[in-house]
Design a protein around this ligand. Structure first.
Ligand code: GLU
Length: 490
């Protein structure tokens, strides 16, 4: 069998969508599993919707996910260029071949005429199919239309191609994921392959590129199934080998509608900015269609590749559960050491002056705040009280905790007793235990005693281990904050 060659062919009309990332991942895994090649092709024929910013975003996002391509616009390869807008001189030649063989014909219909046809179909409650008005134009008629200044588009002659290669109007193929699929090609309508401005349409460019780039398998979303039938006919008409197709179910939001911004992040770069780890994203996205044979869902890309069998992918739609992704991200966060995680968290701590802490203090801060993190960005709101002089006291904490007699008493006593304490975490641990005991004897619950100190020092009723916080921010800062909390009451 020839070398497996698969591709991801994004259109740069937006940032790389998580759904496209899944298609890229499945192609990448398929190539890896079969020792094949994974190719990136940029489909930028729609100049109006294309932007360099989106192209850069596609590159960066795929690279961040580790989905490195063997051939592509930046790395080159034997079948380039890998950007469609640089291939415009290639397509007319193949259009001419189809024209010569009679599988394509010139269509002079104006947009207004086509609109009229569509309108009539709607009025008659019929699905619109092009009337084939131009299929039998004589050379004289064409010359006349040209003289009027009309420029023809090229349409594919479906009936002719279907009759040449199949017994009936039914076209079938065996999809690697969905099994046998078929369509009545009479319903397709002769579609445009070259626009009147000389540029190819998606369906034509994609076939020429897949053919010339020697793609053996095409794995993509099921929204392309109707295109696949058209593309098979073009491959056949060109006498080219038809690749094997595999269509993936759609990714839906938890409410079963199309995944969109209102559900949360949708672009890979947005997920990364929010603090999802690339390994969690890749692992999660793989589970949107693939299931591990051993039931263990947490897997590296290499492990997934070993266990990847395209025929076993789910042919139905997958639900994008943000909660599950958050859970998975938390699992991956847990795998990092404090040092490693500290480095990953730094980009989310730029609003704080990290120089206020020694390296040891910084690492201890990470150690005591990391437990509840689901996203890396959760750290931003978890640590403000480790920095700066004062703290903002939550309104609720002020009234419910600081304003009580008990709390004020606790703070006063704390200031008296703690002034002589040696300020190490070990010693503070011991002293605070005794301090709580002292109040317990007076009938005050340890929790209540600690709340007073916590709110005064952090401004909040909950957070990291209190002993660690006091040790990290130091005696002076702790005292200043407690003094401020006592004053606020007066
Ligand atoms: N440019 C197409 C898209 O982004 C590619 C489809 C294909 O894989 O053929 O949907």
């Amino acid at each position: 069998m020839s070398e497996v060659r698969v591709r991801i062919a994004p259109s740069p009309s937006g940032n790389l969508h998580i759904g496209t990332a899944r298609t890229a991942l499945f192609n990448y895994l398929f190539a890896k599993k079969n020792n094949g090649k994974f190719i990136l092709r940029i489909e930028d024929t729609d100049a109006e919707r294309t932007s360099q910013e989106y192209i850069d975003n596609i590159f960066d996002s795929l690279k961040a996910l580790g989905l490195n391509w063997d051939e592509g616009p930046d790395v080159g390869g034997d079948y380039g260029p890998y950007t469609q807008s640089q291939r415009f001189d290639i397509y007319p030649k193949y259009a001419q071949i189809l024209l010569d063989k009679g599988f394509a014909y010139e269509c002079f219909c104006t947009p207004e005429e086509l609109e009229q046809e569509k309108h009539e179909a709607t009025q008659n409650k019929k699905a619109y199919v092009y009337s084939k008005k131009c299929v039998n134009l004589t050379e004289d008629e064409k010359a006349k239309l040209r003289a009027e200044g009309r420029k023809p588009a090229l349409r594919f002659n479906i009936e002719k191609a279907q009759k040449a290669f199949h017994d009936s109007s039914i076209l079938k193929f065996t999809d690697m994921v969905k099994g046998e699929l078929h369509i009545d090609t009479d319903l397709l309508g002769d579609f445009v392959i070259m626009k009147s401005n000389g540029t190819p349409t998606y369906n034509f460019a994609v076939v020429i590129d897949d053919m010339l780039m020697k793609m053996t398998h095409v794995i993509r979303g099921e929204d392309h199934i109707s295109n696949t039938f058209k593309q098979i006919l073009i491959f056949e008409a060109l006498g080219a080998e038809v690749p094997q197709f595999g269509h993936l179910g759609m990714i839906l939001a938890p409410d079963r509608s199309k995944l969109s911004k209102r559900h949360g992040a949708t672009a890979v770069s947005e997920f990364l900015e929010k603090g999802y780890l690339t390994e969690a994203l890749v692992n999660f996205v793989a589970l949107l269609g693939w299931s591990p044979s051993d039931g263990e869902e947490l897997k590296t890309v290499d492990e997934i590749a070993q266990d990847f069998r395209i025929h076993e992918l789910s042919s139905s739609n997958s639900i994008f559960e943000y909660d599950k992704l958050n859970w998975m991200n938390a699992q991956y966060i847990k795998k990092y050491s404090d040092e490693e995680l500290g480095e990953k968290l730094k980009p989310y701590l730029t609003q704080y002056n990290l120089d206020e802490l020694t390296h040891e203090q910084f690492i201890r801060m990470i150690e005591v705040t990391r437990e509840p993190l689901k996203l890396l960005s959760d750290i931003t709101d978890a640590v403000p009280y480790f920095f700066g002089e004062g703290v903002t006291i939550d309104a609720d904490a002020q009234t419910k905790v600081l304003d009580t007699e008990v709390s004020q008493d606790v703070l006063k006593t704390f200031m008296e007793q703690a002034k002589d304490w040696e300020w190490t975490e070990e010693n503070l641990h011991e002293k605070l235990e005794a301090f709580r005991g002292f109040y317990k004897e007076k009938g005050i619950k340890p929790k209540v005693t600690m709340w007073a100190i916590r709110v005064a020092v952090t401004g909040r009723t909950c957070g990291a281990d209190m002993t660690a916080i006091l040790a990290i921010i130091g005696k002076e800062k702790s005292f200043n904050r407690i003094k401020a909390a006592m004053k606020a009451k007066v």
